[in-house]
Design a protein around this ligand. Sequence first.
Ligand code: VTB
Ligand code: MG
Ligand code: MG
Length: 323
Amino acid sequence: MDKNLALELARVTEAAALDSGRWVGKGDKISADAAATEAMRRTLGAMEINGLVVIGEGEMDEAPMLYIGEELGSGGEGECEVDIAVDPLEGTTICSKGINGAIATIAMAPRGGFLHAPDMYMDKLVTGPAGIGACDIQKTAGENVLALAKAKGCSPQDLMVVLLDRPRHDKQIAEIRKAGARCQLITDGDVAPAVASAIEGSGVDMMMGVGGAPEGVLTAAAIKCLGGFMQGRLVFMSEEERTRSRKMGITDFDKIYNTEEMAKGDVFFAATGVTNGELVRGVRYFAGGAKTHTVVMRSKSRTVRFIETIHYFDHKPGYKAGK
Ligand code: VTB
Ligand code: MG
Ligand code: MG
């Protein structure tokens, strides 16, 4: 894997954020998602790779682009064979409402590196490096909070735990509060706060609960680069989901996946903020251009870069200044 893939991926998520950023607060999540997806596909197509989308748009609906199985990149002989996981706009609803936490995100691994997670639920537990050997998805939420506080040498009161605000998490939320920690209940978009929980000083320490499995794999790529802790377990809601999972190569339905089992080899991860969040800031437009904030990382070197980029649209074909 070429280390410069990192910068190229930053360009890809920047493009997706710049285009979907125009749809922030417009109440139209479909258009926001389409804008991100088109921009991501255009920029990925220009990369000198033999890319294969393994986590993509529309396993369930027939997506026109960035669908699972789509081949991307110039595909020249001898070019790097990579697997691609994308969520062009993670948090379409929050983007459409202008709420915090929407990102454009992508991850890349050597061929075969990613768990082919079906579009279904995954129970997840994510923390920074301190959680390794301390936290476990088989423990209760309260036990995990206390274990993380102990491992971090802090009080449970110092901890902020992120969960999707759903009735299915009521028990966990009550336990977390009882253990003395604080909760941040988000309406959508668990990738950005999960990744932030592995960055000391981000303001969040742990993400837990049931969210998207594809999002779980993207999270795992980032957590590997950050040396953090993650476990995920698929949550089957129907026989249909079991059938679909079997087709994607999943045989053990109770398996608890660790970071490495979801993202193998030298993986890359990039995310650009569409709206503000703990991980990255959202797109800020100005006369003739915009500023973006991106995090891009690579597991082999464990380099984590935060990139603030100024884009001048007059000099970029395909970008338009505000009308
Ligand atoms: C999850 C979460 C995502 O959608 O997939 C969620 O991981 C859907 O969950 O970040 P519900 O069925 O409970 O709404 C997101 O929040 C956004 O894609
Ligand atoms: Mg999406
Ligand atoms: Mg998503």
